[in-house]
Design a protein. Structure first.
Length: 353
């Protein structure tokens, strides 16, 4: 099933000048001291295994002694740029514990583990190749989801902060079976909202390993939230089902949970709630969202065939002619957000009478 959903490997799209100017305006652009291509010069690697001795599909890479000293310093510098103002006074207290390289997936990122030697606290960040699709995806997540995202970019290198949580596939396999009935009902609710949010903002390929489940301890319960961690498939595929996580086979256990724990009326209510929340974010985002949509409307981040198919499928789903008239993925995205916003405003107008 899943193999048929993703039709092809997505190419990398360059950042056009208008998008670069947008990123500079909002303090996303940075001249990094080291680039993605520099890290590809590693001299060797060893496989990284998980606690069950299973191959994680990551390898820990190493460099020659001469290169390692320079690379370590520059990776610490990037950390200060991402999490602070680039001040180098604290670099002496940082250590690069690991540089891992992912051999699976489209982006093939490097994962950098940085540790504070004074207290042993550590965190991760990622270095990837620049891709306009991913930039749009990150920005839309920042503006339209409950979560703020921290990333830096230039023409060839993207630096993303780590999004903490339990990988969806790990959660489904190891944690979900031991959840209480009330926790399972809550997870089902959150998945419906996550599914709706992904479709509204046209974020595709939310297979279980492309999102994380975030447990938060409240005073009398554990609250679960679901967050995407991969934004590679922003408005690229032509199949509407790619933007609906429910159709991926890896997510079947949670879909079974939704069917067993929620009534049809509850599912519809949670969808309406999520659409209303996204609509409010669209309204409150102001000119920033409009600027990004305008840039995306002139950009090319997919194929003509994908655009043709997607606008027809969404029109069949919504009966909104704005989708049929869309001439780019950016125009499809604007039509999708307008559809959600106008539906929300119409409902609220009727509520007044």
């Amino acid at each position: 099933m899943e193999e048929k959903l993703i039709s092809q490997k997505k190419p990398f799209y360059p950042i056009v000048s208008d998008l670069a100017n947008f990123l500079k305006t909002y303090d996303r652009w940075v001249d990094t001291p080291i680039y993605y291509s520099d890290l590809l010069r590693f001299s060797g690697s060893v496989v990284v295994y998980d606690k069950n001795d299973q191959d994680t599909l990551w390898v820990s890479v190493y460099f020659t002694d001469t290169e390692r000293r320079e690379i370590d310093y520059n990776l610490k510098k990037i950390y200060t740029l991402l999490h602070s103002d680039g001040n180098e006074s604290g670099i002496q207290y940082l250590n690069v514990d690991a540089i891992d390289y992912c051999t699976f997936g489209n982006s093939k990122p490097f994962r950098i583990k940085i540790r504070n030697i004074l207290n042993d606290n550590f965190t991760y960040y990622y270095i990837k190749q620049t891709d306009a699709s991913r930039i749009y995806g990150l920005e839309y997540e920042h503006m339209l989801s409950p979560y703020n995202l921290n990333f830096l970019v230039n023409d060839n290198t993207l630096i993303e902060e780590h999004i903490a949580g339990i990988p969806g596939d790990t959660f489904i396999k190891e944690f979900l079976p031991t959840c209480t009935d009330s926790e399972k009902a809550q997870i089902a609710k959150e998945y419906v909202k996550f599914n709706e949010r992904s479709m509204i903002r046209l974020l595709g390929d939310m297979r279980a390993y492309n999102y994380v489940v975030v447990p938060t301890h409240d005073f009398d319960q554990v609250v679960y939230k679901i967050r995407p961690i991969d934004f590679d498939q922003q408005s690229f595929e032509g199949k509407l089902s790619v933007y609906r996580p429910q159709f991926f086979k890896e997510n079947i256990p949670i879909m079974d949970l939704v069917r067993s724990r929620l009534t049809h009326n509850s599912i519809n209510q949670y969808k309406i709630e999520e659409r209303s929340i996204v609509a409010r974010r669209i309204i409150s985002s102001g000119n920033r969202l409009n600027k990004l949509l305008t840039i995306m409307e002139q950009d090319v981040i997919s194929s003509d065939a994908n655009l043709e198919r997607l606008r027809k499928e969404i029109y069949k789903f919504t009966k909104d002619k704005a989708f049929l008239e869309s001439q780019s993925m950016g125009e499809v995205m604007r039509a999708a957000l307008n559809y959600v916003r106008f539906t929300y405003e119409k409902v609220n107008m009727y509520d007044l009478f």
